[in-house]
Ligand binder design. Structure first.
Ligand SMILES: *Cc1c(COP(=O)(O)O)cnc(C)c1O
Length: 359
C-alpha cells in the first residue's frame, strides 16, 4: 500500500508502526487465541491494556497517579462539553469560559443549560484569528474552561493560563503535542482521534480532589464519580480504541516523549508557515502572530479563492489529501499532528512554493 499524506483534521493519520501492531492485535492479542475485538473487558488481557494506557497517559503528561485519575469514556469531546457543567456547575453558580473559537463556543453553549456562563476572554472581535488575551477571571466561578488548540481557526495556546478557579481544559487537538504544565489543570479532556488514537475514546484526566466535588445527582453514564469509582469499567469501555491508544502512548515514549514531539512539531509547522509567508501575494495565513499560530492545524486562504480547486487538485496529484478548511470557515487547512511525518510537511512546503510560482 502506498500511504498518502493525510492532512485530515480528525480522525487523522496514525504512526504506521502502530497500525501494523494493531492489525496483528486484530488477529490475535497477547497470545490469547483471541482477537482484541473479541476479548472481554473484564479479562486479564484487556485489564493489562487498560492499566498501561492509563499509566502511559499520566507519564506522558508528567502527572502522578496519586493526584490524578484517568478515565476512558465514550461520546467524544463533545460529550465532555455537557458532562463538565452537569457535574460541576450548580444552579445559581457560574463558570468562566474562554472563547477562542468554535469548539470553545460549543462548550459554553452546553454549560448554559446548567448554570451561568461568563466569557472570561474572547477573540471574537479578531474573528478568532488570534488567541484571546486579557483574561478576566471570576474568583467565584465554579471552574474556568479553556481550549488549548483551536482546531478550526488555527490558533494554539501552548501554555495554561493562571486562573483563580479550577482549570478545565479541552486539549482534543493538541494532546501530547508538546510539553505542558498539566499540574495546573484540574480536568483535561481530549477526543483521541486527533492526536492520540482512533475515534471512539475520550481521555479524561482529572485531579482526584476536584473529582470529589462532582455532583452525584446526574445520570449514571454522565457521572464522573461513577466512572472514576469503576475505573472506567462501569459498562463496556471502548476496548479497541483504548488498545490503539495504548500503542500510541508507547510510540510517544519511544519518540522521546512530549519534549521531542514538541520540538519536531514546531519544526514541521515552521516549514509550512515559512512557505506561506514567502508568498504573501498568493497566500494569506489565517493567523498572523507567530506565537498564536498552531503547530497542529495550519490555516490559510488563497488571495484568489477561485484557484482553491486547482490547488487541491494539484495537492491530490502529489498524494496530499484533507487540505480543505473546515466547512464553517472555508479556506485551506493542513493538520499535522504528532504522527504526521516531517517529510510530509517538507513536501507541502515544496508544493506551496511551486504553486505560488505557477509551476
Ligand atoms: C474535534 C474537537 C472536538 C470535538 O470532538 P468530538 O470527539 O468529535 O466530539 C472538541 N474540541 C476540540 C478542540 C476539537 O478539536
Amino acid at each position: 500500500m502506498r500511504r498518502i499524506l493525510n492532512f485530515s483534521s480528525g480522525p487523522a493519520t496514525l504512526p504506521p508502526s502502530v497500525l501494523e501492531e494493531a492489525s496483528r492485535g486484530v488477529l490475535e492479542i497477547a497470545g490469547s487465541g483471541m482477537s482484541i475485538l473479541e476479548v472481554s473487558h473484564r479479562g486479564g488481557v484487556y485489564e493489562d491494556i487498560h492499566r498501561r494506557a492509563r499509566a502511559g497517559c499520566l507519564k506522558a503528561m508528567g502527572l502522578s497517579p496519586e493526584a490524578y485519575t484517568v478515565l476512558f469514556l465514550g461520546g467524544g469531546a463533545s460529550q465532555q462539553f455537557a458532562m463538565v457543567p452537569m457535574n460541576f456547575l450548580r444552579p445559581g453558580a457560574s463558570a468562566d469560559y474562554v472563547d477562542g473559537g468554535e469548539w470553545g463556543a460549543r462548550a459554553a453553549k452546553e454549560a448554559r443549560l446548567f448554570g451561568g456562563v461568563r466569557i472570561a476572554a474572547s477573540s471574537e472581535a479578531a474573528r478568532h484569528a488570534e488567541l484571546p488575551r486579557d483574561f478576566r477571571w471570576d474568583p467565584g466561578a465554579a471552574y474556568a474552561h479553556v481550549t488549548t488548540n483551536n482546531t478550526i481557526e488555527g490558533t494554539q495556546m501552548r501554555f495554561l493560563p493562571e486562573a483563580p478557579t479550577p482549570l478545565v481544559v479541552d486539549a482534543s487537538s493538541d494532546f501530547l503535542g508538546h510539553t505542558m504544565d498539566w499540574g495546573r489543570a484540574s480536568l483535561v479532556y481530549a477526543g483521541a482521534q486527533k492526536n492520540a488514537g482512533p475515534a471512539g475514546v475520550t481521555i479524561v484526566v482529572a485531579r482526584k480532589s476536584f473529582l470529589e466535588r462532582a455532583r452525584t445527582d446526574v445520570p449514571t453514564m454522565l457521572s464522573y464519580a461513577v466512572h472514576a469509582q469503576a475505573d472506567s469499567l462501569y459498562n463496556t469501555p471502548p476496548v479497541f480504541p483504548v488498545y490503539v491508544l495504548s500503542l500510541v502512548l508507547e510510540w510517544v515514549e519511544a519518540q522521546g516523549g512530549t519534549a521531542a514531539l514538541g520540538a519536531r512539531n514546531e519544526r514541521k509547522a515552521a516549514l509550512v508557515y515559512a512557505a506561506l509567508d514567502a508568498h504573501p501575494d498568493v497566500y494569506e495565513p489565517a493567523v498572523a502572530r507567530p506565537a498564536d499560530r498552531s503547530w497542529m492545524n495550519i490555516t490559510w486562504r488563497l488571495r484568489d479563492p477561485r484557484r482553491e480547486e486547482a490547488f487541491l487538485k494539484g495537492a491530490a496529484a502529489r498524494g496530499m489529501q484533507g487540505l480543505k478548511g473546515h466547512r464553517s470557515v472555508g479556506g485551506l487547512r493542513a493538520s499535522v499532528y504528532n504522527a504526521f511525518p516531517e517529510e510530509g510537511c517538507a513536501a507541502l512546503a515544496q508544493y506551496l512554493a511551486e504553486f505560488a510560482r505557477g509551476v
